[in-house]
Design a binder for this molecule. Structure first.
Ligand code: PRP
Length: 175
């Protein structure tokens, strides 16, 4: 199979991650330690790059969720399968996602984390399929808006394939 067609190149991702990291570092300067909560699995590469470019005190947590599916269609219901290890009470929290699609995952996570009395909860996503989003979610730090394409690479997979591609590519799953 040929490599997926490039949608966002490695250089474009790097430049955008630099901008996001600078903005986050500025916004959270003097606010104490920032808790970066990466959503597994997709966010692991973005989180690794973003976190290393921040200039503020921070630590890393991971969370994992699972979406209920009817056939290949997501129902919108989300279930927590792995939680953070430390309390986030009184902490500034930034949820880091590879992609916001329907928005159900990030919507669930924001509500769940807010119920734990953090100082704040904001969101950072590399990609947002704005036209597919079904719930009212706001991405505070966004890399790129994309259309309704099947994207892989930089953490995103298709049936666990292409997750470690260094760029964001587009595939046609019917191929
Ligand atoms: C993807 C992505 C987000 C979620 C977004 O995860 O990483 O967590 O879907 O979709 P939504 O906005 O429609 O809720 P996926 O379920 O593919 O799992 P993975 O990250 O482990 O590949």
């Amino acid at each position: 199979m040929p490599n997926p067609k490039t949608l966002i190149s490695e250089d474009e991702i790097k430049a955008r991650v630099d901008v996001l990291a600078s903005q986050i570092s500025l916004d959270y300067a003097d606010k104490g330690e920032l808790v970066l909560v990466g959503v597994l699995k997709g966010a692991f590469i973005f989180l690794a790059d973003l976190s290393r470019r921040l200039s503020i005190p921070r630590y890393i947590e991971f969370i994992a969720v699972s979406s209920y599916e009817h056939g290949s269609v997501r129902s919108g219901a989300v279930r927590l399968v792995m939680d953070v290890r430390r309390s986030i009470e009184g902490k500034h929290v930034l949820v880091v996602e590879d992609i916001v699609d329907t928005g159900h995952t990030i919507h669930y996570l924001i509500n769940m984390l807010k119920s734990r009395k953090p100082a704040s909860v904001r969101t950072c996503a590399l990609l947002h399929k704005e036209h597919k989003t079904e719930v009212d979610v706001h991405v505070d730090y966004l890399g790129f808006k994309i259309g309704d394409e099947w994207v892989v690479g930089y953490g995103l997979d298709y049936a666990e394939k292409d997750r470690t591609l260094p760029y964001i590519g587009v595939i046609d799953p019917t191929d």
